[in-house]
Write a protein that binds this ligand. Structure first.
Ligand SMILES: [Fe+2]
Length: 395
């Protein structure tokens, strides 16, 4: 078996344990956000998933998984029920470590049944497990960020964020044409990146950086969250019914200055840092506001995910990977899409209510950071380290 991948999987388990070890038993099993499972559940679920694919699917042995599927298959248990069902933290982490170590030994033994299995071709199974766990690490960072938000840490801000007097974006011009999108590496891609295909694009412009914290402050201070004209109907409904007036991760301290809450606690907001914690509705409201402020920006829009991918594959897209960047289009199946390795990895989300995000956040693991990777969320989600980058058609 591929030793390098096995070592990486071992490191991912260690990272998860380190994230869990800073918590009390209560925090470990607490659900901090309605869309997020408790942190401890993620640790158990990841070990379960690799045990399921390795032992039940490939080696035909469900001795362990049949006793655990009620808890660790998401469809079998509601999120609020997951935390109370977990064993005590120390016992649970010890069990997770032991099972992961056993799985690693089974991989290294490389029995004929394993090496000959179709899921082992080109190390697909190891790559799938590594990517699966890597995505859960990012979700666990979301849990820790939500935990910090509920603790409401405040700091006295040493450098209060000031509104930029003049917003100016630098755009790079991309020629139109026929381009390849999707992944040419079947063993490394998720089903929604396949099959690779050709698409046609008109010329377009993409900003050199994501929209910044200073830019967002200008939107806030100009009444962006209060003016109906900048919002579409569902966005306005969401904004008003949830009393929204700033990105999810911003917290005003007693001086009225904003600081940013991360999974580590409160910190200064960097003026030039990418704004994070905004949803698709907010991204579009910002764009409507920017169009309104200057004729120079009257054609501003979000990029289509193909534009983002083509720009990134050209090697010229700057400052990617700071925040997931909302794209204007819905998540949809590429021509010739085939669900793999199981029916419901992507398919349930082709529901005309999930929009694509590209790039990755500071919590995204390296193996997920690729040009063709497609993330997807409902338009009201903002706990996902999400921001935006501006696009425009070429005149
Ligand atoms: Fe999972």
């Amino acid at each position: 078996m591929n030793q390098h991948l096995l070592i990486q999987i071992g490191q991912v388990h260690k990272t998860m344990h380190a994230m869990a070890n800073q918590l009390s038993d209560d925090d470990y099993r607490r659900q901090y956000h309605q869309d997020l499972s408790p942190l401890g559940w993620h640790v158990g679920h990841c070990v379960f998933i690799e045990t399921y694919w390795l032992r039940e699917v490939v080696l035909n042995d469900n001795t362990i998984t049949s006793k655990l599927e009620w808890l660790y298959i998401p469809e079998n248990i509601l999120k609020p029920e997951r935390g109370p069902a977990l064993p005590p933290i120390e016992e649970h982490l010890q069990w997770c470590k032991q099972l992961a170590d056993e799985n690693s030994v089974i991989f290294q033994q490389a029995s004929p049944a394993l090496t000959a299995h179709k899921l082992n071709k080109q190390d697909y199974l190891l790559k799938f497990i590594l990517q699966h766990h890597s995505q859960h690490i990012e979700t666990m960072a979301m849990v820790l960020a939500q935990r910090q938000l509920q603790l409401k840490p405040t700091i006295s801000v040493s450098q209060p964020l000031k509104e930029n007097t003049k917003i100016s974006y630098h755009f790079k011009n991309y020629a139109g044409g026929i381009f390849n999108i999707g992944s040419p590496h079947e063993a490394e891609a998720f089903d929604n990146e396949l099959p690779p295909q050709q698409i046609e694009l008109n010329p377009f412009l993409l900003a050199d950086s994501p929209v910044t914290n200073a830019d967002w402050l200008a939107f806030i201070e100009d009444g962006g969250y209060q003016q109906r004209i900048f919002w579409d109907d569902p966005g306005w409904e969401w904004c008003k019914s949830n009393n929204i007036s700033r990105p999810e991760t911003w917290l005003a301290n007693h001086d009225g200055d904003f600081c940013e809450i991360s999974s580590m606690g409160a910190k200064n907001l960097e003026p030039a840092g990418a704004v994070s914690g905004v949803n698709y509705f907010e991204a579009n409201a910002y764009i409507a506001w920017l169009r309104h402020t200057s004729s120079q920006y009257k054609l501003i829009r979000l990029p289509h995910e193909h534009e983002w991918e083509v720009a990134d594959k050209s090697g010229t897209l700057k400052r990617t990977g700071e925040v997931w960047e909302w794209c204007e289009n819905l998540f949809y199946p590429y021509d010739g899409f085939k669900a793999f390795p199981y029916e419901n990895y992507s398919k349930p989300w082709f529901d005309n209510n999930h929009f694509c995000l590209r790039g990755g956040s500071q919590h995204t693991q390296d193996i997920i950071r690729r040009s063709s990777f497609r993330n997807f969320y409902n338009p009201d989600k903002r706990h996902i380290f999400s921001g935006l980058r501006l696009a425009m058609p070429t005149n």
